[in-house]
Design a protein around this ligand. Sequence first.
Ligand SMILES: O=P(O)(O)OC[C@H]1O[C@H](O)[C@H](O)[C@@H](O)[C@@H]1O
Length: 563
Amino acid sequence: MAVSAPVDATKTLAWEALKAHYDALQAEGISLKDWFAADPDRVSKLTFQAGDLHFDLSKNLITDETVKLLADLGRACGVEERRAAMFAGEHINTTEDRAVLHTALRRPAEQKGQLIVDGQDVVADVHEVLDRMYAFAERVRSGEWRGVTGKKIEHLVSIGIGGSDLGPVMAYEALRPYADAGIDCRYISNIDPNDMAEKVKGLDPETTLVIIVSKTFTTLETLTNAREVKAWMLEQLKAAGAIDGSDEQNAEAIAKHFVAVSTALDLVADFGIDPENAFGFWNWVGGRYSVDSAVGLSLIIVLGPERFQQFLAGFRAIDEYFENTPLEENVVALMGLMNVWYVNFFGADTHAVLPYTQYLHRFPAYLQQLTMESNGKQVRWDGSAVTCHTGEVFWGEPGTNGQHAFYQLIHQGNVMVPADFIAFANTHNPAQDNGQDVHELFLGNFLAQTKALAFGKTAEEVRAEGTPEEIVPARVFTGNRPTTSIFGDTLTPFALGELIALYEHITFVQGTVWGIDSYDQWGVELGKQLAKQITPAFHDDEALAAQDASTRALIEYYRAHRQ
Ligand SMILES: O=P(O)(O)OC[C@H]1O[C@H](O)[C@H](O)[C@@H](O)[C@@H]1O
């Protein structure tokens, strides 16, 4: 079925109505304080439950009317149709002519036979690989799988970059309390040799299993690092007298210490990895949407299959909610639509994600690829130009670290930074300080920040504290700075799956309103292409002469300084 043409959101009646609504709100004066005072039901009307996560949207710059108009915009831009097309496996990734089926990665086995895409039983394929990964992970965890000298695996080294790294690292860090098999994981991504050097420091190769993760298995960084780690492993094993360096023993060591995850299993075999030790996925899984595919192998080993299943169930809970809830009541869709509201009507260029749990310290970095590689685009999926701003910058740090760094700008800067606060009622590490529950101290900060951002502090309030008149203006907080509070019970594998699916679908909704193919990434290609042309110029004068003046001068600087 042909994908329908993108709608120009800015030409819809819904957009016009939103613009008129925005102008009217600005004319009346936006005041969360007044809105809360005028409507005792504001919180209950803007509180939602999706899966087991609790959402409070009441501190956003929205009214009942805004919610209605945003849902109208979503409908006018075909969010419902495109959502159905995505879940059904239509080729909504038009520039690569692919289905977009990360949601199939978490469908239960009972749905085998129910989703046939391009002639393949997608759910059956997914579960075939999951079952192989679970069996493999159990062998590693139990110690049945051993290294070439017969030792149990205690360390994983995962080599990948972008979508083959950010998701697994983020989830590994987030779910550390659930790592119960005495196996840790180090992730190597950067082609900078310093990354590998530091990550293999102190590692015992005899107890190390390397996972090479690359969707395409052609990525320069990953293949370079993989070759280097292979050379390191064989050298170390030989130096320890574990192998004699013969082709045969090298091959045996590789078979015991290297596995791979890719869609290109032929290239994995060319690298020397036994197809038995390779786990596949499919081109309908985008790299940044792949942590719940075989790309999550390190997580399955570290956490165990059962927890990975809970992780998948969390994704599924949000998928089902998102797929089946009408737009007005659908907090996932509303969060995407609110982002459009802030970007296109209020001119917000960035969006902060502020987790109040240290375990989510890599979540903003993960979201940067998810959101910005998906929606940082200037043309629609039919090639026409987008006529409004797209793709805000996502950023963040865990609270309270961010409070002591950049919150100044969020509170008093003259740019709007809509922010999502994520917190959990329970901590994995309860602590007391002088009779004070430290987690409550932490959560108190989360609530204080969202309250200060919403309601601010007037000049009268500042004066009433006895502040000298000349510094009153500096101590005023305007308030009306939008935040969404996401509260959960505990950061479990299930909750993490929910959070990831939440932002995947937020990204989808924004991309759909903007008419963008959120699943391609042509913007990363030019740099890759030029790197190939430029690298020889470090030594080759002809290649140097072919460069632009600035690049040439920088290479000359390098030539003069390289020792
Ligand atoms: O998984 P790979 O094929 O090695 O790709 C790794 C990454 O590289 C590319 O440059 C893309 O921009 C990313 O979307 C991708 O996740």
